[in-house]
Design a protein around this ligand. Structure first.
Ligand SMILES: Nc1nc2c(c(=O)[nH]1)N[C@H]1C(S)=C(S)[C@@H](COP(=O)(O)O)O[C@H]1N2
Ligand SMILES: [Mo]
Length: 450
Protein backbone atom coordinates (compact mmCIF):
# COMPACT_ATOMS: atom_id res chain seq x y z
CA UNK A 1 0.00 0.00 0.00
CA UNK A 2 2.85 2.38 0.75
CA UNK A 3 4.07 1.63 -2.71
CA UNK A 4 0.76 2.62 -4.26
CA UNK A 5 0.62 5.81 -2.28
CA UNK A 6 4.13 6.70 -3.41
CA UNK A 7 3.10 6.14 -7.00
CA UNK A 8 0.26 8.54 -6.51
CA UNK A 9 1.92 11.29 -4.69
CA UNK A 10 5.55 11.20 -3.77
CA UNK A 11 5.68 12.09 -0.10
CA UNK A 12 2.66 11.61 2.09
CA UNK A 13 1.94 13.03 5.51
CA UNK A 14 -0.76 11.65 7.77
CA UNK A 15 -2.46 13.06 10.82
CA UNK A 16 -0.32 12.17 13.85
CA UNK A 17 -1.54 9.16 15.86
CA UNK A 18 -1.09 11.06 19.09
CA UNK A 19 -3.47 13.88 18.19
CA UNK A 20 -4.91 14.97 21.50
CA UNK A 21 -8.54 14.61 20.60
CA UNK A 22 -8.64 10.81 20.35
CA UNK A 23 -12.08 10.79 21.91
CA UNK A 24 -13.47 12.93 19.13
CA UNK A 25 -11.94 10.65 16.51
CA UNK A 26 -13.44 7.62 18.21
CA UNK A 27 -16.79 9.36 18.42
CA UNK A 28 -16.74 10.36 14.78
CA UNK A 29 -15.59 6.90 13.75
CA UNK A 30 -18.31 5.33 15.87
CA UNK A 31 -20.85 7.70 14.40
CA UNK A 32 -19.64 6.73 10.98
CA UNK A 33 -19.96 3.03 11.74
CA UNK A 34 -23.36 3.16 13.40
CA UNK A 35 -24.94 6.08 11.72
CA UNK A 36 -24.47 8.11 8.63
CA UNK A 37 -21.93 5.99 6.78
CA UNK A 38 -23.88 2.89 7.62
CA UNK A 39 -26.92 4.48 6.09
CA UNK A 40 -26.25 3.45 2.51
CA UNK A 41 -25.66 -0.13 3.43
CA UNK A 42 -28.64 -0.47 5.73
CA UNK A 43 -30.92 1.39 3.36
CA UNK A 44 -29.94 -0.97 0.54
CA UNK A 45 -30.30 -3.98 2.79
CA UNK A 46 -33.73 -2.89 3.93
CA UNK A 47 -34.88 -2.14 0.41
CA UNK A 48 -33.64 -5.48 -0.83
CA UNK A 49 -35.26 -7.30 2.07
CA UNK A 50 -38.57 -5.55 1.62
CA UNK A 51 -38.61 -6.38 -2.05
CA UNK A 52 -37.73 -9.95 -1.26
CA UNK A 53 -40.32 -10.20 1.50
CA UNK A 54 -42.99 -8.98 -0.87
CA UNK A 55 -42.39 -11.69 -3.42
CA UNK A 56 -40.89 -14.61 -1.50
CA UNK A 57 -41.80 -13.89 2.14
CA UNK A 58 -38.16 -13.97 3.25
CA UNK A 59 -36.91 -12.41 6.50
CA UNK A 60 -36.95 -8.62 6.54
CA UNK A 61 -34.04 -6.51 7.65
CA UNK A 62 -35.16 -6.64 11.28
CA UNK A 63 -35.08 -10.44 11.23
CA UNK A 64 -38.86 -10.78 11.65
CA UNK A 65 -40.21 -13.15 8.97
CA UNK A 66 -43.64 -11.54 9.01
CA UNK A 67 -43.74 -8.02 7.63
CA UNK A 68 -47.26 -7.67 9.01
CA UNK A 69 -45.75 -7.60 12.50
CA UNK A 70 -45.66 -3.84 12.50
CA UNK A 71 -43.29 -2.00 14.82
CA UNK A 72 -44.74 -0.19 17.82
CA UNK A 73 -44.58 3.20 16.12
CA UNK A 74 -46.87 1.96 13.35
CA UNK A 75 -49.53 0.72 15.78
CA UNK A 76 -49.56 2.81 18.96
CA UNK A 77 -50.37 6.41 19.73
CA UNK A 78 -47.53 8.85 19.20
CA UNK A 79 -46.58 11.68 21.50
CA UNK A 80 -48.66 14.81 22.02
CA UNK A 81 -47.68 18.04 20.30
CA UNK A 82 -44.49 19.34 21.85
CA UNK A 83 -45.00 21.23 25.08
CA UNK A 84 -41.49 22.64 25.30
CA UNK A 85 -42.32 24.93 22.38
CA UNK A 86 -38.96 24.80 20.63
CA UNK A 87 -38.04 21.62 18.76
CA UNK A 88 -34.88 19.60 19.14
CA UNK A 89 -33.14 17.07 16.87
CA UNK A 90 -33.83 13.35 17.25
CA UNK A 91 -32.03 11.66 20.13
CA UNK A 92 -30.39 9.44 17.49
CA UNK A 93 -28.53 12.49 16.18
CA UNK A 94 -26.88 13.27 19.51
CA UNK A 95 -23.41 12.82 17.99
CA UNK A 96 -23.91 15.77 15.67
CA UNK A 97 -22.44 18.54 17.74
CA UNK A 98 -20.13 21.53 17.62
CA UNK A 99 -16.86 20.54 19.21
CA UNK A 100 -13.95 22.29 20.79
CA UNK A 101 -10.42 21.17 20.05
CA UNK A 102 -8.90 20.38 23.45
CA UNK A 103 -5.65 22.21 24.02
CA UNK A 104 -6.13 24.62 21.14
CA UNK A 105 -6.87 27.56 23.42
CA UNK A 106 -6.14 28.24 27.08
CA UNK A 107 -9.59 29.41 28.05
CA UNK A 108 -13.05 28.50 26.83
CA UNK A 109 -14.02 32.17 26.59
CA UNK A 110 -11.35 33.05 24.04
CA UNK A 111 -11.89 29.96 21.96
CA UNK A 112 -13.53 28.23 19.04
CA UNK A 113 -16.12 25.53 18.51
CA UNK A 114 -16.18 23.82 15.13
CA UNK A 115 -19.26 22.98 13.04
CA UNK A 116 -19.78 19.27 12.20
CA UNK A 117 -19.57 19.73 8.42
CA UNK A 118 -19.34 15.95 7.87
CA UNK A 119 -22.89 15.49 9.15
CA UNK A 120 -24.64 18.33 7.32
CA UNK A 121 -26.55 18.42 4.03
CA UNK A 122 -27.23 21.20 1.57
CA UNK A 123 -25.75 24.62 2.28
CA UNK A 124 -27.44 25.95 5.42
CA UNK A 125 -25.86 25.43 8.83
CA UNK A 126 -28.51 24.85 11.50
CA UNK A 127 -28.17 27.77 13.91
CA UNK A 128 -27.46 25.49 16.88
CA UNK A 129 -24.47 24.02 15.00
CA UNK A 130 -23.02 27.31 13.70
CA UNK A 131 -19.31 27.51 14.59
CA UNK A 132 -18.42 29.91 17.39
CA UNK A 133 -15.44 32.18 17.78
CA UNK A 134 -15.35 34.44 20.81
CA UNK A 135 -12.43 36.59 21.88
CA UNK A 136 -13.89 37.25 25.33
CA UNK A 137 -16.91 35.00 25.80
CA UNK A 138 -20.48 35.39 24.55
CA UNK A 139 -23.36 37.33 26.03
CA UNK A 140 -27.15 37.21 25.86
CA UNK A 141 -27.74 40.95 25.56
CA UNK A 142 -31.15 42.45 26.40
CA UNK A 143 -32.33 43.79 23.02
CA UNK A 144 -34.48 46.48 24.67
CA UNK A 145 -31.30 47.97 26.15
CA UNK A 146 -29.06 47.54 23.13
CA UNK A 147 -28.20 50.67 21.14
CA UNK A 148 -26.51 51.08 17.77
CA UNK A 149 -24.68 54.33 16.99
CA UNK A 150 -23.52 55.83 13.69
CA UNK A 151 -20.95 58.62 14.06
CA UNK A 152 -17.69 60.00 12.67
CA UNK A 153 -17.82 61.75 9.29
CA UNK A 154 -21.62 62.14 9.32
CA UNK A 155 -23.90 65.20 9.37
CA UNK A 156 -26.09 63.86 12.18
CA UNK A 157 -24.72 61.22 14.53
CA UNK A 158 -27.56 58.79 15.22
CA UNK A 159 -28.43 56.22 17.87
CA UNK A 160 -30.90 53.47 17.00
CA UNK A 161 -32.86 51.12 19.25
CA UNK A 162 -33.56 47.60 17.99
CA UNK A 163 -37.21 48.57 17.46
CA UNK A 164 -36.17 51.48 15.27
CA UNK A 165 -33.82 49.30 13.22
CA UNK A 166 -36.45 46.60 12.74
CA UNK A 167 -38.97 49.09 11.32
CA UNK A 168 -36.67 49.82 8.37
CA UNK A 169 -36.77 47.99 5.02
CA UNK A 170 -34.79 44.76 5.36
CA UNK A 171 -33.05 42.22 3.12
CA UNK A 172 -32.47 38.49 3.54
CA UNK A 173 -29.38 36.92 1.96
CA UNK A 174 -27.62 33.55 2.16
CA UNK A 175 -23.90 33.94 2.88
CA UNK A 176 -21.05 31.88 4.29
CA UNK A 177 -18.92 33.09 7.17
CA UNK A 178 -15.44 31.61 7.50
CA UNK A 179 -12.93 32.50 10.20
CA UNK A 180 -9.67 33.65 8.60
CA UNK A 181 -7.95 31.01 10.76
CA UNK A 182 -10.01 28.15 9.34
CA UNK A 183 -7.64 25.31 8.31
CA UNK A 184 -4.91 27.31 10.07
CA UNK A 185 -3.70 24.28 12.01
CA UNK A 186 -2.74 22.59 8.74
CA UNK A 187 -0.20 25.14 7.47
CA UNK A 188 2.95 23.33 8.49
CA UNK A 189 1.78 19.76 8.54
CA UNK A 190 -1.24 17.52 9.03
CA UNK A 191 -2.53 18.35 12.48
CA UNK A 192 -6.14 17.24 12.95
CA UNK A 193 -8.18 14.18 11.99
CA UNK A 194 -11.61 15.28 10.75
CA UNK A 195 -13.12 17.89 8.46
CA UNK A 196 -14.92 19.29 11.50
CA UNK A 197 -11.48 20.38 12.74
CA UNK A 198 -9.81 21.13 9.40
CA UNK A 199 -12.68 23.21 7.95
CA UNK A 200 -15.35 23.62 10.65
CA UNK A 201 -14.79 27.33 11.30
CA UNK A 202 -17.21 27.72 8.42
CA UNK A 203 -20.97 28.14 8.44
CA UNK A 204 -23.71 29.45 6.17
CA UNK A 205 -27.01 31.07 7.05
CA UNK A 206 -29.75 33.22 5.68
CA UNK A 207 -29.12 36.59 7.34
CA UNK A 208 -31.74 39.32 7.64
CA UNK A 209 -31.04 42.96 8.32
CA UNK A 210 -30.79 46.52 7.09
CA UNK A 211 -28.14 47.43 4.50
CA UNK A 212 -25.50 49.49 6.31
CA UNK A 213 -25.58 52.00 3.45
CA UNK A 214 -29.21 52.86 4.35
CA UNK A 215 -28.19 53.77 7.89
CA UNK A 216 -25.17 55.77 6.70
CA UNK A 217 -27.40 57.72 4.34
CA UNK A 218 -29.87 58.41 7.15
CA UNK A 219 -27.02 59.90 9.19
CA UNK A 220 -25.81 61.94 6.22
CA UNK A 221 -22.45 60.21 6.00
CA UNK A 222 -19.75 61.75 3.81
CA UNK A 223 -19.67 58.92 1.27
CA UNK A 224 -17.03 60.63 -0.85
CA UNK A 225 -14.27 61.28 1.67
CA UNK A 226 -15.43 58.68 4.15
CA UNK A 227 -13.68 55.80 2.47
CA UNK A 228 -13.71 53.45 5.47
CA UNK A 229 -15.80 52.64 8.50
CA UNK A 230 -14.84 51.21 11.86
CA UNK A 231 -17.20 48.56 13.23
CA UNK A 232 -17.23 48.08 17.00
CA UNK A 233 -18.68 45.31 19.16
CA UNK A 234 -20.18 45.67 22.64
CA UNK A 235 -18.36 42.73 24.28
CA UNK A 236 -15.18 43.13 26.31
CA UNK A 237 -12.89 42.02 23.49
CA UNK A 238 -12.76 45.54 21.99
CA UNK A 239 -13.44 43.97 18.65
CA UNK A 240 -13.02 46.69 16.06
CA UNK A 241 -12.51 46.24 12.35
CA UNK A 242 -12.02 48.54 9.35
CA UNK A 243 -14.46 47.94 6.47
CA UNK A 244 -13.87 49.69 3.12
CA UNK A 245 -16.73 51.89 1.94
CA UNK A 246 -16.50 50.23 -1.50
CA UNK A 247 -18.02 47.05 0.01
CA UNK A 248 -20.69 49.00 1.85
CA UNK A 249 -21.69 51.07 -1.17
CA UNK A 250 -22.66 47.90 -3.05
CA UNK A 251 -25.42 47.44 -0.47
CA UNK A 252 -24.38 43.93 0.53
CA UNK A 253 -23.03 44.74 4.00
CA UNK A 254 -25.90 44.21 6.44
CA UNK A 255 -26.57 45.29 9.99
CA UNK A 256 -28.26 41.99 10.73
CA UNK A 257 -30.60 40.75 13.44
CA UNK A 258 -31.96 37.65 11.70
CA UNK A 259 -30.35 34.25 11.13
CA UNK A 260 -32.19 31.37 9.45
CA UNK A 261 -35.62 32.88 9.96
CA UNK A 262 -35.30 33.81 13.63
CA UNK A 263 -33.28 36.27 15.68
CA UNK A 264 -29.52 35.72 15.80
CA UNK A 265 -28.34 33.23 18.40
CA UNK A 266 -26.56 34.83 21.39
CA UNK A 267 -23.34 33.01 20.46
CA UNK A 268 -23.52 34.59 17.01
CA UNK A 269 -23.98 38.18 18.17
CA UNK A 270 -27.58 38.65 19.35
CA UNK A 271 -29.19 41.07 18.92
CA UNK A 272 -27.07 42.68 16.16
CA UNK A 273 -24.07 41.75 14.04
CA UNK A 274 -22.37 43.03 10.95
CA UNK A 275 -22.58 40.77 7.87
CA UNK A 276 -19.71 41.42 5.46
CA UNK A 277 -20.16 38.91 2.62
CA UNK A 278 -16.88 37.42 1.40
CA UNK A 279 -14.78 38.92 4.20
CA UNK A 280 -13.14 36.81 6.92
CA UNK A 281 -15.21 36.13 10.02
CA UNK A 282 -13.48 38.67 12.23
CA UNK A 283 -14.95 41.51 10.15
CA UNK A 284 -18.44 40.27 11.00
CA UNK A 285 -18.49 42.15 14.29
CA UNK A 286 -20.95 40.67 16.79
CA UNK A 287 -22.94 42.58 19.43
CA UNK A 288 -22.50 45.48 17.01
CA UNK A 289 -22.87 48.81 18.79
CA UNK A 290 -21.14 51.42 16.67
CA UNK A 291 -20.11 52.33 13.14
CA UNK A 292 -17.72 55.25 12.74
CA UNK A 293 -17.13 56.76 9.31
CA UNK A 294 -13.50 57.73 8.65
CA UNK A 295 -11.16 58.57 5.81
CA UNK A 296 -8.42 55.95 6.42
CA UNK A 297 -7.97 52.39 7.71
CA UNK A 298 -7.96 52.34 11.51
CA UNK A 299 -5.13 49.85 12.14
CA UNK A 300 -6.98 48.43 15.16
CA UNK A 301 -5.33 45.77 17.33
CA UNK A 302 -7.09 43.00 15.39
CA UNK A 303 -5.65 44.47 12.18
CA UNK A 304 -2.14 45.24 13.37
CA UNK A 305 -0.98 42.34 15.53
CA UNK A 306 -3.61 39.72 14.74
CA UNK A 307 -5.10 38.71 11.40
CA UNK A 308 -1.92 39.47 9.49
CA UNK A 309 -0.24 36.90 7.23
CA UNK A 310 3.40 36.02 7.97
CA UNK A 311 5.20 35.66 4.64
CA UNK A 312 8.37 33.63 3.95
CA UNK A 313 10.53 36.81 3.93
CA UNK A 314 9.46 37.61 7.50
CA UNK A 315 7.14 40.48 6.57
CA UNK A 316 3.45 40.44 7.36
CA UNK A 317 0.64 41.08 4.90
CA UNK A 318 -2.08 43.29 6.35
CA UNK A 319 -5.77 43.78 5.43
CA UNK A 320 -6.08 40.47 3.59
CA UNK A 321 -9.72 40.18 4.46
CA UNK A 322 -11.20 38.40 1.45
CA UNK A 323 -11.72 34.67 1.80
CA UNK A 324 -10.39 33.21 -1.45
CA UNK A 325 -11.99 30.32 -3.32
CA UNK A 326 -11.86 27.05 -1.39
CA UNK A 327 -13.61 23.69 -1.12
CA UNK A 328 -13.63 20.50 0.93
CA UNK A 329 -15.10 17.04 0.53
CA UNK A 330 -17.25 16.51 3.61
CA UNK A 331 -18.09 12.85 2.89
CA UNK A 332 -16.18 10.63 2.75
CA UNK A 333 -13.88 12.60 5.05
CA UNK A 334 -11.41 12.04 7.87
CA UNK A 335 -12.64 9.84 10.72
CA UNK A 336 -15.39 8.22 8.66
CA UNK A 337 -15.34 4.58 7.63
CA UNK A 338 -16.46 3.08 4.32
CA UNK A 339 -17.98 -0.28 5.14
CA UNK A 340 -18.04 -1.79 1.66
CA UNK A 341 -16.76 -1.42 -1.85
CA UNK A 342 -19.24 0.02 -4.30
CA UNK A 343 -21.10 3.20 -4.94
CA UNK A 344 -20.60 6.39 -2.93
CA UNK A 345 -21.83 9.90 -3.46
CA UNK A 346 -18.75 12.05 -2.88
CA UNK A 347 -20.06 15.36 -1.61
CA UNK A 348 -18.73 18.61 -0.21
CA UNK A 349 -18.83 22.38 -0.05
CA UNK A 350 -17.23 25.07 -2.20
CA UNK A 351 -17.19 28.83 -1.68
CA UNK A 352 -15.50 32.06 -2.69
CA UNK A 353 -15.38 35.47 -1.06
CA UNK A 354 -15.27 37.02 -4.53
CA UNK A 355 -18.56 35.76 -5.91
CA UNK A 356 -20.08 32.56 -7.23
CA UNK A 357 -18.41 29.19 -7.47
CA UNK A 358 -18.11 28.40 -11.18
CA UNK A 359 -16.77 24.86 -11.12
CA UNK A 360 -15.64 22.09 -8.81
CA UNK A 361 -13.52 19.12 -9.89
CA UNK A 362 -13.11 15.95 -7.87
CA UNK A 363 -10.17 13.53 -7.95
CA UNK A 364 -10.04 10.06 -6.36
CA UNK A 365 -6.41 9.36 -7.29
CA UNK A 366 -4.55 12.12 -5.50
CA UNK A 367 -4.92 14.70 -8.25
CA UNK A 368 -3.78 12.77 -11.35
CA UNK A 369 -7.24 12.78 -12.89
CA UNK A 370 -10.04 15.25 -12.27
CA UNK A 371 -13.75 15.03 -13.09
CA UNK A 372 -16.32 17.82 -13.00
CA UNK A 373 -18.61 17.57 -9.99
CA UNK A 374 -22.32 18.44 -10.06
CA UNK A 375 -23.09 21.82 -8.50
CA UNK A 376 -26.38 21.70 -6.65
CA UNK A 377 -28.68 24.70 -6.88
CA UNK A 378 -28.88 27.33 -5.67
CA UNK A 379 -25.42 28.60 -6.60
CA UNK A 380 -25.26 32.00 -4.89
CA UNK A 381 -22.55 34.65 -4.62
CA UNK A 382 -20.35 34.55 -1.48
CA UNK A 383 -22.33 31.56 -0.29
CA UNK A 384 -21.62 27.87 0.22
CA UNK A 385 -22.28 25.71 -2.84
CA UNK A 386 -22.95 22.00 -2.42
CA UNK A 387 -21.27 19.70 -4.94
CA UNK A 388 -21.39 15.97 -5.50
CA UNK A 389 -19.81 13.32 -7.72
CA UNK A 390 -20.43 9.61 -8.29
CA UNK A 391 -17.73 7.21 -7.18
CA UNK A 392 -17.49 3.45 -7.19
CA UNK A 393 -14.86 2.39 -4.66
CA UNK A 394 -12.89 -0.66 -5.74
CA UNK A 395 -11.64 -1.33 -2.22
CA UNK A 396 -8.10 -0.11 -2.95
CA UNK A 397 -6.45 2.92 -1.30
CA UNK A 398 -7.71 6.16 -2.81
CA UNK A 399 -7.02 9.83 -2.23
CA UNK A 400 -10.10 12.05 -2.56
CA UNK A 401 -9.75 15.76 -3.31
CA UNK A 402 -11.85 18.65 -4.54
CA UNK A 403 -10.68 21.75 -6.39
CA UNK A 404 -12.93 24.77 -6.80
CA UNK A 405 -12.80 27.71 -9.20
CA UNK A 406 -14.82 30.91 -8.88
CA UNK A 407 -16.39 33.27 -11.38
CA UNK A 408 -13.25 35.44 -11.46
CA UNK A 409 -11.35 32.45 -12.89
CA UNK A 410 -9.31 31.93 -9.70
CA UNK A 411 -8.54 28.24 -9.04
CA UNK A 412 -8.00 26.79 -5.55
CA UNK A 413 -4.26 26.01 -5.10
CA UNK A 414 -2.49 22.81 -4.07
CA UNK A 415 -0.43 22.88 -0.87
CA UNK A 416 2.69 23.04 -3.00
CA UNK A 417 1.43 26.10 -4.87
CA UNK A 418 0.18 27.83 -1.73
CA UNK A 419 3.39 27.24 0.23
CA UNK A 420 5.52 28.45 -2.69
CA UNK A 421 3.99 31.89 -2.18
CA UNK A 422 2.99 31.93 1.48
CA UNK A 423 5.53 29.64 3.18
CA UNK A 424 4.44 27.48 6.11
CA UNK A 425 4.31 29.80 9.11
CA UNK A 426 1.02 31.57 8.55
CA UNK A 427 -2.08 31.12 10.65
CA UNK A 428 -4.65 32.65 8.36
CA UNK A 429 -6.03 32.12 4.87
CA UNK A 430 -5.11 28.55 4.10
CA UNK A 431 -7.32 27.64 1.14
CA UNK A 432 -5.29 24.70 -0.19
CA UNK A 433 -6.82 21.58 -1.70
CA UNK A 434 -7.67 19.06 1.04
CA UNK A 435 -6.80 15.36 0.63
CA UNK A 436 -8.55 12.43 2.31
CA UNK A 437 -6.88 9.01 2.15
CA UNK A 438 -9.28 6.07 2.01
CA UNK A 439 -7.39 3.07 3.34
CA UNK A 440 -8.07 -0.53 2.35
CA UNK A 441 -9.82 -0.98 5.70
CA UNK A 442 -12.26 1.74 4.64
CA UNK A 443 -10.95 4.19 7.24
CA UNK A 444 -10.57 7.73 5.96
CA UNK A 445 -7.62 9.81 7.11
CA UNK A 446 -6.40 13.36 6.71
CA UNK A 447 -3.24 13.47 4.59
CA UNK A 448 -1.24 16.08 2.74
CA UNK A 449 0.50 15.53 -0.58
CA UNK A 450 3.74 17.37 -1.13
N1 LIG B 1 -17.87 41.42 19.13
C1 LIG B 1 -17.21 40.40 18.62
N2 LIG B 1 -17.34 40.15 17.31
C2 LIG B 1 -16.69 39.12 16.73
C3 LIG B 1 -15.82 38.29 17.50
C4 LIG B 1 -15.71 38.56 18.89
O1 LIG B 1 -15.00 37.88 19.63
N3 LIG B 1 -16.41 39.63 19.41
N4 LIG B 1 -15.13 37.29 16.87
C5 LIG B 1 -14.93 37.45 15.43
C6 LIG B 1 -14.35 36.30 14.76
S1 LIG B 1 -12.67 36.13 14.83
C7 LIG B 1 -15.13 35.45 13.99
S2 LIG B 1 -14.42 34.22 13.09
C8 LIG B 1 -16.58 35.59 13.94
C9 LIG B 1 -17.23 34.31 14.43
O2 LIG B 1 -18.62 34.41 14.38
P1 LIG B 1 -19.52 33.29 15.04
O3 LIG B 1 -19.10 33.12 16.47
O4 LIG B 1 -20.91 33.73 14.86
O5 LIG B 1 -19.25 32.02 14.26
O6 LIG B 1 -17.06 36.67 14.72
C10 LIG B 1 -16.23 37.81 14.73
N5 LIG B 1 -16.88 38.88 15.42
MO1 LIG C 1 -12.03 34.47 13.33
Amino acid sequence: MDFQIKMMSGRLRKAPENFLDRQAIRTVAAEARQGRRDFLRSAFAAAAATAAAGSHAQPNAGGDPNILNLPEHSRGLGQAVATDGYGKPSKYEANVQRRRSPGLTQTAQASVSFAPLQSLFGIVTPSGLHFERHHQGWWDIDPSRHRFMVNGMVKTPMVFTMDELMRLPSLSRFHFIECGANTGMEWGNVAVPTCQYTHGMLSCSEFTGVPLITLLEMAGADLKNGRFVLAEGADGSSMTRTIPMSLIRSGEVLVAYGQNGEMLRPENGYPLRLVVPGAQGVSWVKYLRRIEVGDRPYGAKDEAIHYVDLMPDGLHRQYTSTQECKSVVTAPSGGQVLLDKGFYNVTGLAWSGRGKVRRVDVSVDGGRNWHAARLETPVLGKCLTRFSADWVWDGKPAIIQSRAADETGYVQPTYRQLRAVRGTRSIYHNNAIQSWLVEESGEVRNVQLS
